[in-house]
Design a protein around this ligand. Structure first.
Ligand code: NAP
Ligand code: ZN
Ligand code: ZN
Length: 364
């Protein structure tokens, strides 16, 4: 059973006016710089907004790809962070879904048009006008969003999730990205009892994939480059573990119904596809800065499917949080202080994370 987090007092600010417009944050000012304490402006609370006192923020590899400009140019200063957990400090006059004191989370997006076909179907992440990312995105008011490595955030209520009782806020934070990014393809491709699922890459996403897929009833295999994490496999819920060298993979040909690729770099797509049985699916969620490639033939053989997805919609994210609470699933975390963010980035890149770094925002 997971710990229940005690209620937190809202961080005191020196005056009320300041409390409504600023936040303490850790920002990068240039791609090669280090994180520095900074004051950022948060918008005034609008009628549909929720103001949140942030207590914990997870570090996702996407924060690192972005900060290091591996996915393209970034607007600096940059405050990353899209795995946010905290307490509601104020709600706008029209908000009925959340109340002061509620335990809440914010994931990878903070706005979308809410009127296109995809938004109306609950797939806000695929908004036809583009969703507004939690950081480094232009919001509809033309401001650049700043993320969760910060003491407060103001977010449209639609994009604020309820963190169920039974999951403490620190282990809930990574569910807001890593959790939903794995839950969505696992559910979409029919993970259930009797299904053989492999998770490729055992990092932040990968470890959530193992926990969620095994809670869904699947027989889960971890595919990892070294034996360093083998001892953790069973504790996370996996039944099997295999290395990803050629000889090890040969033994697993045509074995899996579903492989979820969480690797943050290029993979050998063809040898990974060869592990799928008839109608098997390779679902990619890892976002390598370099393109992946495959010939057509490994797909045609065994009627295989190559798929990819990005996070999940808001309703599905709430469903994932409720599922995790019902199954006692939280992230396995190492809690760090603000001064440890730079070192944590290097450790994530070196695959030396067990299995998600979460920043304790009270150290700001
Ligand atoms: P992470 O904690 O660093 O985990 C990635 C894992 O990939 C590592 O633990 C490692 O597993 C494996 N790996 C790393 N470098 C590798 C290499 N050069 N070759 C082969 N395997 C390697 O990262 P994460 O936070 O889980 O994120 C994983 C990826 O998903 C990132 O690209 C991130 O941007 C992306 N992402 C996508 C979405 C989405 O919506 N699609 C959402 C969040 C994140 P082993 O040590 O076990 O081999
Ligand atoms: Zn993420
Ligand atoms: Zn839309």
């Amino acid at each position: 059973m997971l710990n229940v987090m005690p209620m937190f007092a809202v961080r005191p600010f020196t005056c009320q006016a300041e409390a409504m417009t600023t936040a303490l944050a850790y920002a990068l000012h240039r791609p090669t710089g280090r994180f520095e304490p900074t004051e950022i402006v948060r918008r005034e609370l609008g009628p549909n907004d929720v103001a949140i006192t942030i207590l914990f923020a997870g570090i996702c590899h996407s924060d690192i790809h972005t900060a290091r400009q591996e996915w393209g140019k970034v607007t600096f200063p940059l405050v990353p962070g899209h795995e946010i957990a905290g307490i509601v400090e104020a709600v706008g006059s029209a908000v009925t879904s959340h109340a002061v004191g509620d335990r809440v989370g914010v994931g990878c997006m903070v706005n979308s048009c809410r009127s296109c076909e995809n938004c109306l179907a609950g797939h806000e992440q695929y908004c036809a006008k583009g969703n507004v990312g939690t950081y480094n995105s232009k919001d509809f008011d033309e401001t650049i969003t700043q993320g969760g490595y910060s003491t407060r955030v103001v977010v449209n209520a639609h994009f604020v999730l309820k963190i169920p009782a039974g999951i403490s806020l620190d282990v809930a934070a990574p569910l807001l990205c890593a959790g939903i990014t794995m839950y969505s393809p696992l559910k979409r491709w029919g993970t259930e009892t009797g299904k053989k699922v492999a998770i490729l890459g055992l990092g932040g996403l990968g470890h959530m994939g193992v926990k969620i897929a095994s809670a869904m009833g699947a027989e889960v295999t971890i595919l990892s480059r070294t034996a360093a994490k083998q001892a953790d496999a069973a504790a996370l819920g996996a039944t099997n573990f295999s290395l990803t060298d050629g000889d090890s993979l040969k033994k697993l040909r045509s074995s899996f119904d579903l492989i979820v690729n969480t690797v943050s770099a290029t993979i050998n797509v063809e040898s990974t596809l060869s592990l799928l049985r008839f109608n098997g699916v390779l679902a990619n969620v890892g976002v390598s800065p370099e393109p992946l490639s495959t010939r057509f033939s490994p797909l045609a053989q065994n009627n295989r499917v190559l798929a990819a997805s990005g996070i999940g919609g808001i309703n599905e994210t709430q469903e994932m949080l409720d599922f995790c609470a019902a199954h006692g699933v939280g992230s396995t975390i190492e809690t760090i202080s603000a001064s440890d963010i730079d070192a944590a980035y290097d450790r994530v890149v070196a695959s030396d994370v067990r299995y998600r770094f979460v920043i304790d925002v009270s150290t700001f």
